[in-house]
Write a protein that binds this ligand. Structure first.
Ligand code: SAM
Length: 369
């Protein structure tokens, strides 16, 4: 299960004999992960961030019994560094990003995230600020709309959908999620409607990403979180969209490689990796989990540990230069299938690889190419 896998990956960083530890849940949501971490680590302090005040209220109630070791903060995660400084915890030991929307947001009848129920076109995770989906569909040019749908929704019919939106809004202002869903369905040729889930899924996902500026926030937040990790600190990221996973992969791999000349037997000062990858590629949810929770079908898990740069021990240096990783889980081999619908931003062929035998906490494997 993904929750257990997150706990397993974070545990070595949060279990320190010599001191209490600090854990940041950058996407607190309904606090399922946070509660499990607090229960498993009685000396860990939680800093929980969410941009959604409703989610924070739920989380606060759920975590009531841990009130003396939690700080819940209404913030966008690109404010990571400022939040930690304000709380006086510039260094942390564990970080989790569980990206995207929560079930609370998806199921809310009035927030406009779901194509399956009619609601005002809002889609803001933080309803106190920012542009709504209604403003996006009623004000963006054809080119801007098509770009958003193509890039964030990987929608093949982005141009046709954008044209339909423009035609509709010339007639009347678009305000309803059900009307938008209908318009999208009618814009997609019938044969293509039969694959890739609900025809409006990709458009709704794209608008949500645009409205919440999700990718820009992630590009800022991941390096900030990695900078804040103490030595031995660990970060886990769960992505549900190929662009999120790409940003995560780039942030992690950039720091897991030497920047020194490849043919030198030793690391030059300041060129060694500062991260060790803990997952080989991206790990997928197992079949049983996907059956129980269909949203898990698109998840990609990546994790890494902060290491000392320029370790002087020769063996260690060699290991670091290979960007060593421990204990691979189920691994995704990406094969984009362009002629099928893309559910949740991913369409991958699953080739599940067995885990390494044993606990494997010291197991290192050849670095990713
Ligand atoms: C998938 S849910 C997290 C679920 C959580 N792990 C749990 O166990 O309940 C994602 C949460 O992250 C929040 N979120 C998304 N983007 C955010 C951002 N840029 N800054 C802060 N919170 C964000 C959403 O409001 C949502 O509540």
């Amino acid at each position: 299960m993904l929750l257990e896998r997150c706990l397993e990956l974070l545990a070595p960083a949060l279990d320190r004999k010599d001191r209490a530890t600090v854990y940041v849940d950058a996407t607190l949501g309904l606090a399922g992960h946070a509660e499990a971490v607090l229960a498993a680590h009685p000396r860990t302090v939680l800093i929980g961030l969410d941009r959604d005040t409703e989610a924070l209220a739920h989380a606060r109630a759920r975590l009531d019994r841990y009130a003396d070791r939690i700080h819940l903060v209404h913030a966008v995660y690109d404010e990571f560094t400022e939040v930690l400084d304000r709380l006086g915890h510039p260094r942390v030991d564990g970080v989790l990003f569980d990206l995207g929307v929560s079930s609370l947001q998806l199921d809310a009848p009035d927030r406009g995230f779901a194509y399956a129920q009619d609601a005002p076109l809002d889609m803001r995770m933080d309803q106190s600020t920012g542009t709504t989906a209604e403003e996006v569909v009623n004000t963006y040019s054809h080119g801007e709309l098509a770009r958003v749908l193509r890039v964030y929704g990987e929608e093949r019919f982005a141009g046709r959908i954008a044209s339909a939106i423009i035609r509709e809004r010339e007639r009347t202002r678009m305000t309803s999620s059900a009307r938008l869903a209908e318009l999208v369905r009618d814009s997609i040729p019938a044969p293509a409607r039969r694959t890739g889930g609900h025809p409006a899924k990709r458009t709704f996902q794209a608008l949500r990403i645009e409205v919440n500026r999700e990718l820009a926030a992630l590009e800022t937040a991941l390096p900030a979180a990695l900078d804040a990790l103490s030595l031995g600190g660990r970060m886990v990221v769960l992505s549900y969209h190929s662009l999120e996973d790409r940003i995560t992969k780039q942030a992690l791999t950039a720091r897991s490689r030497s920047t020194g000349p490849v043919d030198l037997p030793v690391e030059l000062p300041g060129t060694g990796p500062t991260l060790r990858l803990l997952s080989r590629g991206a790990e997928l949810a197992g079949e049983a989990e996907v059956e129980a929770n269909p949203r898990a079908a698109s998840v990609r898990l990546r994790a890494a540990e902060r290491i000392e740069q320029d370790g002087r021990n020769g063996t260690e240096t060699t290991t670091r230069r290979r960007a060593a990783r421990e204990r691979p889980g189920r691994v995704a081999e990406e094969v984009r299938t362009s002629d099928t619908g893309i559910a949740d931003g991913f369409e991958v062929a699953r080739r599940e690889m067995p885990r390494s035998p044993g606990d494997g906490s010291g197991t290192t494997v050849q670095g990713e190419g």
